[in-house]
Design a protein around this ligand. Structure first.
Ligand code: BCO
Ligand code: ATP
Ligand code: AKG
Ligand code: FE2
Ligand code: MG
Length: 337
């Protein structure tokens, strides 16, 4: 009998089993005694209808990420690509949508083409793109981290441009939690889907496995000669000798990762625009925190500065309000966030 079957039929229900799982036990099933030894203390994953195999759960617990191959169809990715192109041509816009150009061309004249755009962010009001966040096959996995009440908090389509020669196409090593004023971190997860093959040549994700078990680190702008994009903070004192893993992914492959996992992406050495679409989800039962006096205070200040420049908002906007306005429920009930 497999471990999965054993757990789903455990007498006394899953709650009782969860208690027993905290110890190394042999679990009795239907009068038999299973010799299976269970791992203790899952901290980062939930047992959601056995969507994750035991091996997948253990992998995420240990490493802080999990790649699921071929999760999003070619047709869906084509449709997201078309929606993105319409945004670049200014045929489509939406409230809240942020369009970002690479810092290397930020001050040059705008040409209405994808070549001008590094990423679009906060596409919760663009139905064709937001459809990504509600794809059932993605939500099914997300629920293994967030539980049943699921909010889509942060959305991005990243169009990493061919590097203009200054290495500004890199994304410094960081933890996404640095940007988020909601907790607990365990109930936040990112889904990131490759919209084409992504490897070291066009700047794949680079992760430091196991770093989700650490704490939130101090982030600053890295001191890069060629400049760095707005809001691309990196962890202070990044040690390039840290063991790192390059996530080579095929079109449609999706990685789920923990918001404390240290990750970044390399430079795009090709002539193509490397595309990925992502959504950060959180349990609606999470709560907001006040970031004043924490390492995240610099983000609150920067968001307020941008809001001031863009909307002329004099009174510093609360980070919490900005996130409440962005968040959308995608499953279950909007309880707290
Ligand atoms: C898991 C979370 C991971 C995350 O990354 S969350 C990070 C959150 N990121 C953001 O909120 C996106 C930040 N970007 C933006 O808000 C906008 O793209 C940004 C930088 C305000 C530009 O907005 P636009 O509407 O395009 O405004 P604009 O063209 O008039 O430029 C205003 C000033 O910003 C400068 N700028 C534009 N793009 C830039 C870039 N990529 N890097 C650095 N600076 C940049 C631009 O030169 C201009 O400066 P100045 O005021 O003329 O001195
Ligand atoms: N000083 C730094 N601070 C923060 N992050 C950094 C720093 N230097 C490099 N990185 C990040 O480390 C990751 C790997 O960078 P690099 O450009 O070497 O990627 P790569 O091209 O995929 O790797 P390789 O050149 O070994 O193939 C990227 O996320 C990059 O932005
Ligand atoms: O290069 C990428 O696609 C990763 C971007 C990223 O990690 C982020 O925006 O938080
Ligand atoms: Fe990130
Ligand atoms: Mg390198």
């Amino acid at each position: 009998m497999s471990a999965m079957q054993t757990r789903s039929t455990f007498p006394g229900g899953p709650g009782r089993l969860a208690v027993l799982q905290r110890h190394l036990v042999a679990v009795p099933v239907s009068g038999q005694v299973s010799t299976a030894i269970y791992p203790t203390d899952f901290q980062y994953t939930l047992n959601n209808n056995n969507v994750l195999t035991l091996e997948q759960r253990q992998f995420y617990e240990e490493n802080g990420f999990l790649v699921i191959k071929n999760l999003v169809s070619q047709e869906d990715l084509e449709s997201f690509r078309n929606a993105f192109e319409r945004i670049c041509k200014k045929e489509v816009s939406a409230p809240g949508l942020v369009i970002m150009r690479d810092v290397a061309i930020a001050k040059s004249e705008y040409v209405p083409d994808q070549k001008a755009i590094t990423k679009v962010q906060d596409f919760q009001e663009v139905p064709e793109l937001f459809r990504y966040c509600s794809l059932p096959q993605i939500i099914k996995y997300v629920e293994c981290f967030t539980g049943p009440n699921i909010m889509a908090m942060h959305t991005m389509l990243i169009n990493k441009p061919p590097d203009a020669g200054k290495k500004t196409s890199r994304h410094p090593m960081h933890q996404d939690l640095h940007y988020f004023p909601f907790r607990p971190a365990e109930h936040v997860v990112c889904a990131w889907t490759a919209m084409e093959r992504i490897d070291r040549s066009n700047g794949c994700l680079v992760v430091l496995p196991g770093t989700h078990k650490g704490t939130l680190k101090q982030h600053d702008y890295p001191e890069w000669e060629g400049g760095v994009n707005k809001m691309y903070h990196g962890i202070r004192d990044y040690d390039p000798n840290n063991p790192r893993v390059h996530l080579v992914m095929e079109k449609g492959d999706t990685v789920f990762f923990h918001p404390l996992l240290i990750h970044g992406s390399g430079m795009n050495r090709t002539a193509g625009f490397r595309k990925a679409i992502s959504c950060h989800y959180a349990s609606a039962d999470c709560h907001y925190i006040d970031v004043k006096g924490t390492t995240q205070e610099i983000i609150e200040k920067e968001v307020a500065e941008i809001a001031f420049k863009r909307y002329g908002l004099e009174t510093a906007i609360d980070l919490k309000d900005a996130w409440m306005a962005r968040g959308r429920i995608v499953k279950g009930v909007r309880t707290s966030l």
